[in-house]
Design a protein around this ligand. Structure first.
Ligand code: APR
Length: 239
């Protein structure tokens, strides 16, 4: 643990990469953990893609209203606030996240790259007119302008990632000499290329994740036996 705290202290540019495991200790289920992952309860192929939005509109809207309702119940945990404090202290320089919960922003991080978009914005799938999340939540499904479907600003399976976030994440990863993964199965591309890109650029790679990941073999450190919140708390006591 001391070695890693020393690495964080001595690194020139540390980038954090988070997945759904970062928010499970806030109460939000992740996607693939065997016990209560979201995809254990719902079929992403039927709900989390553009085909579902266009041909299965009512179920699509019900599913995302359910997810928004779940999200409203929870907030960032101590681990999110530690990362915000570390950015303020210059110990970390940015967060690349697959999460759409907005918790890194809420905790106070400024340099956050949301690769899979965010639940904080909604827009018409046809004409892109923006809508307030509460309007969607209160039952508004269709666009005033063109009657298209109102959808969350998250990336659906099969859609391209937001270009601006992707380009920034690529630059930050190329410049990093320390890359720390927190709570991702690293099974979804292209997001899972970033830890590999960091290693190709001779960064040290740390993976904090309960389950094994396909990139464990290239990591310099792997922490599976401690939760993310516990790990960040212990590192924070040494920094
Ligand atoms: N501490 C450490 N690891 C944890 C914790 C925790 N408290 N909670 C969960 N984990 C680990 C699990 O072991 C799991 O391997 O976090 C990982 C989360 O993996 P996934 O559920 O696959 O989430 P993620 O990697 O973010 O999924 C990527 O898939 O469905 C899409 O768009 C969705 O962004 C998501 C993408």
């Amino acid at each position: 643990m001391n070695d890693i705290a020393h690495l964080i202290q001595s690194s020139k540019r540390t980038i954090i990469f988070t997945g759904a495991g970062m928010s499970t200790e806030s109460g939000l289920p992740d996607f693939r953990s065997a016990k209560d992952g979201l995809w254990e309860k719902f079929n992403p192929n039927e709900l989390a893609n553009v085909h579902a939005l266009e041909h299965n509109r009512d179920e699509f809207i019900d599913f995302y209203r359910y997810r928004l309702q779940e999200l409203k119940k929870y907030q960032p945990h101590d681990g999110h606030f530690i990362l915000a404090e570390w950015e303020k202290r210059g110990l970390i320089h940015g967060i690349i996240t697959q999460n759409v919960d907005g918790f890194h922003h809420d905790a106070g991080n400024r340099n956050v790259m949301e690769l899979h978009g965010t639940f904080r914005s909604f827009h018409c799938h046809t004409c892109s007119k923006e809508y307030d999340a509460d309007l969607f939540f209160s039952g508004k499904n269709h666009c005033d302008k063109c009657n298209g479907t109102i959808r969350p600003g998250i990336v659906l399976f099969g859609e391209a990632l937001p270009e601006e976030a992707f380009i920034r994440a690529e630059k930050e990863t190329n410049d990093a000499d320390l890359f720390i993964v927190l709570g991702s199965s690293l099974t979804v591309s292209p997001a899972n290329m970033f830890p590999m890109l960091a290693k190709e650029n001779n960064a040290k790679l740390i993976i904090v994740n309960h389950d094994q990941t396909p990139l464990d073999s290239i990591a310099n450190y792997i922490i599976q036996d401690k939760s993310i919140k516990q790990t960040l708390t212990e590192w924070n006591e040494l920094l």
